[in-house]
Design a binder for this molecule. Structure first.
Ligand code: CTP
Length: 412
């Protein structure tokens, strides 16, 4: 559950009191939890309880009536790895099945791209009713996962099936769901991220605009799939994703050495760093003084980390990035071949939403078989897609062949 983002939806059922224990268990298990309540749910459990246990203010309305701040259902859905509706009333299930969008939880559900899990809670006759069963069947057919209610005493005093599953059962269901995605357990990956810094003198340097967000998102996504990840990072202001081992470097040369060393014994690498192609020929040991005229700094080439790993890779997996401003696909395909990559992630600076430092990206994944153009996504979603492709390649029979010895000059 570590690092997973769970959006907990609470609806107006007497079982809402169990959502408090559920939120607490999820937080204890390492998940980040945000809570959306329907207006009626507030009658059953207080927002204060849910906010305290989830460690975040809860959300109910589309906007804050005090200051007009908009609660974006789109960004909530993008944020979450899983939308868990517990308890889910017959009313909310019916609205989900028919696409009604009259509260924040329902609009979030309709726009969510993540896994959706519901834990129904209602009276036995409501649960058994053909309408409720048809709604559950519709939702299941659309990929919604259902944590079956339990048999037992109901709030009405009747005995039967309809009690919401216990918080432990729901938490275990979620843990299993996330484990299902742990396709890279036991695998080791190296990820380079961020910008390198090439010193000119003790105070100045050459660098670039890379924020490191994409590489950090990939490191996090691979770790969530169960991989051991070594993140070789240039300077960034980002927090290390949960479960990731981070090695900080400054220059392209330092990154080269750390990445090559970490690649020993790894199953693959993702080269996401914006590595300087040139570095000053000499680094002044004292601060350079300004003079009357201009100044020229002689630069020399740095070593290409991706190309070096491409030479050493044998049967291992190597993924690169290409940032292009023109003839994008042709340039990316040339890099795919030159650096002996398995696939390359092409960003074009011409695409709106694919900018430095932003939280979204628009990329095309290119391999020798073809191109897959992804829509505009958050960097976290792009990272999930890349990790998914890596998991599929690592899992394929072809890749389970023993690694070849390193071949100088590439193996293709
Ligand atoms: N890369 C690397 N080491 C370098 C330069 C680049 O590992 N010294 C990696 C990047 O992390 C990226 C890929 O190579 O995955 C593409 O980098 P890019 O700089 O765009 O490609 P170049 O081959 O240097 O081509 P150019 O700068 O001419 O576009």
């Amino acid at each position: 559950m570590q690092g997973r983002r769970v959006l907990l939806g609470v609806t107006g059922s007497i079982a809402a009191y169990k959502a408090a224990a559920l939120a607490r268990q999820l937080v204890r298990a390492g998940a980040e939890v945000r809570v959306v309540m329907t207006p009626l749910a507030k009658q059953f459990i207080t927002p204060l309880t849910m906010a305290t246990l989830s460690k975040h203010p809860i959300l109910v309305e589309f906007f804050d009536p005090e200051n007009g701040a908009w609660n974006s259902h789109i960004s909530l859905g993008e944020w979450a790895d899983c939308l868990l509706i517990a308890p889910a009333t017959a009313n909310t299930l019916a609205k989900m099945a028919t696409g009604v969008a009259d509260n924040l939880l329902l609009t979030t559900y309709l726009s969510a791209r993540c896994e959706v899990v519901v834990a129904p809670a209602m009276d036995l006759d409501m649960y058994a009713h053909a309408a409720t069963q048809a709604n559950l069947a519709t939702l299941a057919a659309r990929g919604v996962r259902i944590v079956e209610p339990a048999e037992g005493e109901l709030a009405s005093g009747l005995q039967g099936k309809g009690r919401m599953a216990e918080p432990e059962t729901i938490a275990a269901f979620l843990a299993d769901l996330f484990t299902e995605k742990k396709k890279l357990t036991g695998r080791r990956f190296v990820v380079t991220a961020g910008a390198t810094i090439e010193p000119i003198d003790p105070v100045r340097f050459l660098s670039n605009h890379s924020s490191g967000k994409m590489g950090y998102a990939i490191a996090g996504a691979l770790a969530r799939c169960g991989a051991h990840v070594t993140l070789v990072s240039g300077r960034t202001a980002l927090a290390t994703p949960p479960g990731v081992e981070r090695i900080d470097v400054l220059s392209a040369e330092e990154m080269y050495r750390a990445a090559v060393a970490a690649f020993d014994g790894a199953d693959g690498a993702v080269m996401c760093a914006a590595v300087a192609d040139y570095t000053p020929e000499t680094v002044a040991d004292r601060k350079l003084e300004k003079g009357e005229g201009g100044m020229a700094i002689r630069l020399k080439r740095t070593r290409d980390i991706a190309a070096e790993l491409g030479r050493r890779k044998g049967g291992r997996l190597l993924v690169g990035f290409a940032l292009e401003t023109h003839d994008e696909a042709a340039h990316a395909e040339a890099k795919l071949a030159r650096k002996n990559l398995d696939f390359i992630v092409l960003n074009s600076l011409r695409d709106a939403g694919a900018c430095f430092r932003g939280d979204t990206n628009k990329v095309t994944l290119i391999d020798r078989a073809g191109r897959e153009e992804l829509p505009l996504l958050t960097k976290r979603e792009v990272a999930e897609r890349i990790a998914g492709r890596i998991a599929a390649l690592v899992g394929s029979a072809e890749r389970n062949a023993p690694a070849e010895a390193p071949v100088e000059g590439g193996d293709r």
